[in-house]
Design a protein around this ligand. Sequence first.
Ligand SMILES: [Zn+2]
Length: 83
Amino acid sequence: MGQCKEITVETERLLVIRRRYQAVEDWCEDCGALALMIRPDQAAAVSGRTLRAIFTDIEAGTLHYRELPDGLILICLNTLLNV
Ligand SMILES: [Zn+2]
């Protein structure tokens, strides 16, 4: 039962994030699944961490990310929320 509630809360959190930050759903190679992706500055805001900490985790491979052709980086929310 508790598990169900947690999932509901997580989904609502994702909905809020999706709406507030206009997260895009994109394929995450590392998840091998569709994931919500947001920009690094947004990832910092969502997780309450610094932009520098976000980039450190990207380089450490802790956070999944996708580099777009124009150099923009999008971060996989699956990994961001699990850190
Ligand atoms: Zn991922």
